[in-house]
Design a protein around this ligand. Structure first.
Ligand SMILES: Nc1ncnc2c1ncn2[C@@H]1O[C@H](COP(=O)(O)OP(=O)(O)O)[C@@H](O)[C@H]1O
Ligand SMILES: [Mg+2]
Length: 244
């Protein structure tokens, strides 16, 4: 579904991604791991059109998208979440859901009056899916950090993505909620058919989720393969040990 070929991206003198080539297969959960600063978020930003790449090619369903803008890429069905949550803390969960659909964002003045009952229904259904239905009318800022992550995930689903790029969805969440979140991510994949591409710092989490894993280190692709192979790959183990 996504084909990244020979992509490089530098910030001044820092080469954040060097000659990266990876694939993300349709219908699967693909993991992107690597120590802090290894270039994971930069690669996501390149794929979603947040910044231009210095060289290489990025295709989505066969179409070259490296020169597309963020909005155009989102409209194709490629949606991402951020390492930091991007919710409006003073607004309630349902309203956050409603403004997360791009055309809503443009019709800002309309949103409190005339949202379609269809979208309202979808918002409530998805809040139920992530376990936040009872909290739907609370200000998002009053949710726990983990619940805010779940809300953000539900907001991404409002866009009806074909593929969802998740940047460290479990970061800062307590272990009990992590299992619930992993379960929801897997169900979004199996029940809704959404392809997932997930950045995860926690090896255990990604090993229990992904069909295929890519590992970056120092901006370069270190290894790709099934979770079991990656977990036992000495280069990957060394990269993680070396990082701490
Ligand atoms: N906007 C930016 N400006 C300058 N340097 C950046 C920027 N974004 C990332 N970097 C640098 O690129 C490298 C990779 O960062 P990043 O992609 O965020 O890594 P990761 O997500 O794996 O932790 C780091 O050295 C980081 O400091
Ligand atoms: Mg990052």
């Amino acid at each position: 579904m996504i084909e990244v070929r020979n992509v490089s991206k530098a910030f001044g003198g820092v080469i954040a991604n060097r000659d990266i080539s990876i694939d993300v297969a349709e219908g699967q959960i693909t993991g992107l791991i690597g120590p802090n600063g290894s270039g994971k978020t930069t690669l996501f930003n390149s794929i979603v059109g947040y910044h231009p790449v210095d060289s290489g090619s990025i295709k989505f369903k066969g179409q070259e998208i490296k020169d597309f803008r963020v909005q155009d890429i989102a409209r194709l069905g490629l949606v991402r979440t951020f390492q930091q949550t991007r919710i409006y803390k003073q607004m309630n969960c349902v309203d956050n859901m409603l403004i997360s659909v791009p055309h809503r964002r443009m019709a800002w003045g309309d949103m409190f009056g005339r949202q379609s009952s269809d979208e309202m229904e979808r918002a409530e259904h998805l809040l139920e899916f992530v376990g936040l239905y009872r909290k739907r009318l609370l200000a998002a800022g009053d949710l726990s950090f983990g619940q805010q992550k779940l809300l953000e995930f539900a907001m991404a689903l409002m866009n009806e993505p074909e593929i969802l790029l998740l940047d460290e969805p479990t970061a800062g969440i307590n272990p009990t909620l992590i299992n619930g979140l992993i379960d929801r991510l897997k169900r979004a994949n199996t029940d809704f058919g959404i392809t997932l591409f997930v950045i995860e710092h926690n090896m255990r989490v990604i090993m229990n989720m992904a069909d295929h894993v890519h590992c970056l280190a120092h901006g370069e692709l270190l290894a790709s393969g099934p979770p079991d192979d990656i977990q036992n790959d000495q280069r990957v183990i060394d990269a993680y040990l070396g990082a701490h």
